[in-house]
Design a protein around this ligand. Structure first.
Ligand SMILES: [Zn+2]
Length: 398
């Protein structure tokens, strides 16, 4: 398959959930379309509709695809013939139908047709990268160390890292996805990332020019929220994914769509004041959630403490988290809050105290139906979310 033909595929009109598309036992959900379909884009839209059905529900006959998508048989056959030529779908043999007539040929997504390169910039130590297949399986995973973080110095090492990952790939690369700290606009410009020293940095454009591939960039917590939706077993309820690392951030999915906010900074929960007598925060405020919860600060506070003191301090941090979460949970009637970060800190007294605090501060109607839990994706959440960016941006599925 040619790289060009893959990259020509529909630009993000429709998003769906994808996970082992050939395994019908896996539950999938649909992300709400976030782009309007223009008349001239009808073919790309229809194509993405078919890909979406194949991603979500596994192999179909052409007739079943027509029924599932609402398109005519002629349109389906035409589009499938293109997709077969590009190698994105494959014919998978015939199915014996109970109906009279000749057996139907099944077509399904070829999970091995292409690969995705994902980069996670959320650690202060350096970037983590992975090669991910179309079903979200991580094939290789590598880490690098930063040796200078200003934007000019960070770009070259990032390009070199991405090229190394691309070189390990045995299939065409569909695109590159990046989850980065900071506020990111829809064009992949990092508007502000103090930890990386980036301001108005066109990361997607610069990487794309250097790699000659489509590149999609989003905030790391937003990527984690997408990963939770597509690969983490999240339901259809409004979801907040909270990233606890160097800082504290969150990504928000409402009605199946990522919420960007007025200036693309939705989910910036880390600098909400939770303790007016708390420590000074790097942002200039006092007692931000980040001063209670950021991993380096929390580890420092726990150094040399007895098990009982450790439990008490973790519970105190959890209570601060609950104080910050309660108004958000209540205002948006969230169904799920998923925590990403080191389980040795988050699991146990911390998450229990957070849940207790949210319950104390919200209506039973809301709190009783809230699922507050640790992410099952572990350290891969941002990498998988970066892959979702590419799936949705290049194929219109995710
Ligand atoms: Zn702050």
């Amino acid at each position: 398959m040619h790289k060009e033909s893959l990259t020509a595929v529909c630009k993000g009109a429709v998003l769906t959930s994808v996970r082992s598309a050939l395994d019908p036992a896996v539950h999938r959900r649909v992300l709400r379309p976030t782009a309007k379909v223009l008349p001239g884009h009808a073919r790309a839209h229809n194509r993405s509709l078919l890909l979406q059905v194949l991603f979500r529900d596994g192999p179909h006959s052409r007739a079943d695809l027509a029924r599932a998508s609402g398109l005519t048989r002629v349109t389906v056959s035409d589009l499938i013939s293109d997709l077969l030529q590009e190698g994105l779908v494959a014919e998978l043999g015939t199915r014996n139908e109970t109906r009279v007539g000749k057996p139907a040929t099944l077509v399904g997504l070829d999970q091995e047709a292409a690969l995705i390169v994902s980069l996670d910039l959320s650690s202060d130590r350096g970037p983590t990268g992975a090669v991910v297949d179309l079903s979200g399986e991580v094939q290789t995973r590598q880490s690098r160390r930063w040796d200078g973080r200003s934007r000019e110095r960070a770009l070259e090492p990032l390009l070199a890292f991405a090229r190394d990952l691309i070189d390990t790939a045995t299939k065409p690369i569909l695109g590159v996805g990046v989850g980065t700290p900071g506020v990111v606009d829809p064009d992949g410009v990092v508007l502000d990332a103090p930890n990386l020293g980036w301001s108005h940095f066109p990361l997607a454009a610069r990487l794309s020019a250097g790699l000659d591939l489509p590149v999609h960039v989003a905030n790391d917590a937003n990527a984690a929220a997408l990963a939770e939706h597509s690969f983490g077993g999240a339901g259809d309820a409004a979801l907040l994914a909270v990233m606890v690392g160097q800082g504290v951030g969150a990504g928000l999915l409402l009605d199946g769509a990522l919420v960007g906010g007025h200036r693309y900074a939705a989910g910036e929960i880390g600098h909400v004041v939770v303790d007016e007598r708390g420590p000074q925060c790097a942002c200039g405020l006092v007692g931000c959630l980040e001063t209670a919860l950021a991993v380096p600060l929390l580890r420092e506070r726990l150094e040399g403490r007895s098990p009982a003191e450790t439990r008490r301090l973790l519970a105190a941090a959890g209570r601060r988290l609950g104080i910050a979460l309660a108004p958000v949970v209540s205002t948006l009637n969230l169904g799920e809050v998923v925590l990403n970060g080191p389980p040795d800190l988050l699991d146990g007294p911390l998450i229990q105290a957070a849940e207790r605090t949210v319950r104390q501060r919200t209506l039973p109607l809301i709190a009783e139906h809230l699922d507050l839990r640790l992410s099952a994706l572990g350290a891969d959440a941002v990498l998988l979310g970066a892959a979702v960016l590419v799936l949705s941006g290049q194929l219109g599925v995710a």
